[in-house]
Ligand binder design. Structure first.
Ligand code: GDP
Ligand code: MG
Length: 171
């Protein structure tokens, strides 16, 4: 029997960037145009199979982006092994917010936390405000994983979680 390790993953980012939609796509392969906004935080799990056949379990905390829940965030990222910080490629202010979350994680979270920056809504190319170059350059400077995703089409979603899974310590 191969072992199964569990890892805590937290999603952070401004309200309406698509955090809950990314989790819904990853866990249930569904998308919903009219999602109710998250209250507090939601908890979901998903199992990922690695190349060597072993599996890891993600325990996912999908936090609410609203300012009024901000003080709760440390509860979710404090013991997290990984964080996905999401922005919306059609809203440049959401990248500023993502940078703020990343600074907070770098100061307050476990130093070994794996941070992925994720530019969501890549299907809305015509409304793009954040270039790939800008985001990628910032991610490189900060040592973050980076990718663009569309929770709507599914593009890039499995890949980001798999990339994180491969980086997690398995012994
Ligand atoms: P959250 O507040 O960050 O959890 O964002 P939600 O997951 O609730 O999504 C906010 C809105 O954006 C909803 O209307 C979603 O249907 C929409 N949305 C989320 N992801 C995408 C995406 O990849 N593409 C498009 N076009 N819309 C998206
Ligand atoms: Mg949400």
């Amino acid at each position: 029997m191969s072992k199964q390790l569990s890892f805590k993953l937290v999603l952070l980012g401004e309200s309406a960037v698509g955090k809950s939609s990314l989790v819904l796509r990853f866990v249930k392969d569904q998308f919903d145009d009219y999602r109710e906004s998250t209250i507090g935080a939601a908890f979901l799990t998903q199992i990922v199979t690695l190349d060597d056949g072993s599996t890891i379990k993600f325990e996912i905390w999908d936090t609410a982006g609203q300012e009024r829940y901000k003080s709760l965030a440390p509860m979710y990222y404090r013991n997290a092994n990984c964080a996905v910080v999401v922005y919306d490629i059609t809203q440049s202010a959401s990248l500023d917010k993502a940078r703020t979350w990343i600074r907070e994680l770098q100061r307050q979270a476990d130093p070994s936390i794996i941070i992925a920056l994720c530019g969501n809504k890549s299907d809305l190319e015509a409304r793009r405000q954040v270039t790939k170059e800008e985001a990628q350059k910032y991610a490189e400077e900060e040592g973050l994983l980076w990718t663009e995703t569309s929770a709507k089409s599914g593009e890039g979603v499995t890949e980001i979680f798999n990339t994180i899974a491969r980086k997690l310590p398995t012994s």
